[in-house]
Design a protein around this ligand. Structure first.
Ligand SMILES: [Cu+2]
Length: 479
């Protein structure tokens, strides 16, 4: 396959070779038959570095891309080439993962499985064609770096999409602890030393209004942020009454699921993890770490967009303002009410016909048994800890694979598969196409995917600390 970089190298070489004849050098280098013109590309530079960030009256020293949290929004069209030159100014190895994209394996950003880490002071250029439209994101895939500020939104547009809204609002949720007297490496160290807080007695506590059970997470965060702002000084966005806003919500948290809701407002959910679903109205939707949801709502008055951390104190918000008026919503009361409501899990949504996988009996079933925590804060995957140098789970190309995620633990795990978008298996038919799915305590979720993107692909819990505790495996296949 000739990518654009190779194409440029090839054509430059052709120019040099033709240099002996001025007539040949003036001739077009590539004939139409030889190669189509390269697709448009978006060229960016990323400098991950230690930096001071103002979270809205809260100053933290953290690690961020180009001095911003979240990192700059990338907007690109489906089919275009994204080229990001990373210069690592961090005092540590790093990488960038393009969450949810089915791209070539060596651009997936998972050291050491798919590339060598980018060393401190080193550089690496990611270059790939973006295959699918939707709401995606990027983040470091090294150590606990995601729980610093190393993440940002990646929005892929499809000019053919029938867009039925007036404005877009990208909402990136995060749980924040870095630079508040500790950092994620110290948090992990303490978890390993001290173990976990005692488990809740009396079972996992899963109920219709508490779908993830009683255990919200392992880390107590001092702040929750939307687009890098604490609720005391939130981002404010101005709209006119009657405007329809497409929310693109991304949970970039490391140890926190969030319920998202807007007072007195129906959210019309249209997509999850980049893929369209049959639209459905809800008052609130829950997102595990790594998950995304697109929802359209009509602005009527000044309201906050509220993110409620599941099983944890506090909240995050962004303010929608109409006509400069303050919001009349009583946010604390609203947060308390949202906690008690039935909440939509995006895995229960139905895919639109065009993204429904063709019916097919699985050729192979693989398991992902999730257990823990073990001694020293370990989280086994199929009974052992992640080892990128050991054998992965072998699958064959061009097959339908069913992955059975069996949660034997008392805590929820958002399980993410790289390089593919799976279809959640419902009791009575297919459910949403997703790349990350919530698996509740003592519950089992099955997903189907087709092996059409060869390589070594990690599948892991998107809790940063569980991943560091070993909750990951990897599949591999060649063409
Ligand atoms: Cu987990």
């Amino acid at each position: 396959m000739i990518n654009r970089r190779n194409f440029l190298v090839l054509t430059a070489a052709a120019g040099v070779a033709a240099g002996c004849s001025s007539r040949a050098a003036e001739a077009p280098i590539a004939s139409p038959r030889a190669s189509p013109p390269p697709a448009p590309a978006v060229d960016l530079k990323f400098e991950p570095a230690e930096t001071d960030i103002d979270l809205g009256g809260v100053s933290v020293r953290t690690w961020a891309y180009n001095g911003r949290v979240p990192g700059n929004e990338i907007r690109i069209r489906k089919g275009e080439t994204l080229r990001v030159a990373v210069t690592n100014k961090l005092p540590a190895d790093t990488s960038v993962h393009w969450h949810g994209l089915a791209i070539v394996n060596d651009m997936d950003g998972v050291p050491p499985l798919t590339q060598s880490p980018i060393p401190s002071g080193g550089d690496f250029t990611y270059e790939f064609m973006v295959p699918d439209a939707g709401t995606y994101w990027y983040h470091s895939h090294v150590g606990t770096q995601l729980d610093r500020g190393l993440y940002g939104p990646l929005i892929i547009e499809d000019p053919a999409e029938k867009a039925d809204y007036d404005e877009e609002l990208v909402v990136v949720l995060d749980d924040w602890i870095d630079g508040t007297g500790t950092n994620p490496d110290q948090v992990l160290e303490n978890l390993r030393k001290n173990g976990m807080k005692p488990m809740e007695p009396g079972g996992p506590g899963v109920s219709p209004t508490t779908p993830l059970g009683a255990d919200g997470g392992d880390v107590t965060y001092p702040y929750f942020v939307v687009n890098g702002r604490v609720p005391a000084d939130p981002e404010v966005r101005d709209y006119r009454a009657g405007q329809r806003v497409r929310l693109r919500v991304i949970n970039a948290g490391s140890d926190t699921a969030f319920r998202v809701a807007v007072p007195d407002t129906d959210l019309n959910v249209i997509a999850t993890d980049g893929y369209p679903v049959m639209p459905i109205k809800t008052k609130s939707v829950i997102l595990g770490m790594g998950e995304r949801v697109d929802a359209v709502f009509t602005v009527n008055a000044s309201v906050p967009v509220v993110a409620v951390p599941e099983g944890k104190q506090g909240h995050a918000q962004l303010n929608i303002r109409v006509g400069g008026a303050p919001s009349a919503a009583k946010v604390d009361d609203f947060v308390a009410a949202v906690r008690k409501e039935l909440v939509l899990d995006t895995a229960t949504l139905s895919p639109t016909p065009e993204v429904t996988l063709p019916a097919r009996t699985p050729d192979q079933v693989i398991e992902a048994r999730l257990s823990g925590p073990g001694a020293g804060y370990t989280w086994p995957f199929n009974g052992r800890l992640y080892d990128p140098t050991a054998d992965g789970i072998g699958v064959k190309p061009d097959q339908r694979v069913r992955m059975r995620m069996i949660n034997e633990s008392m805590m929820f795990h958002p399980i993410h598969l790289h390089g593919h978008t799976f279809e959640v298996v419902g009791r009575d038919g297919p459910r949403a196409r997703k790349d990350t799915v919530l698996v509740a305590p003592r519950n089992t979720v099955e997903v189907d995917f087709d092996t059409v993107n060869p390589g070594k692909w990690i599948t892991h819990c998107h809790n940063t600390y569980h991943l560091e505790g070993g909750m990951a495996g990897w599949i591999f296949y060649e063409n």
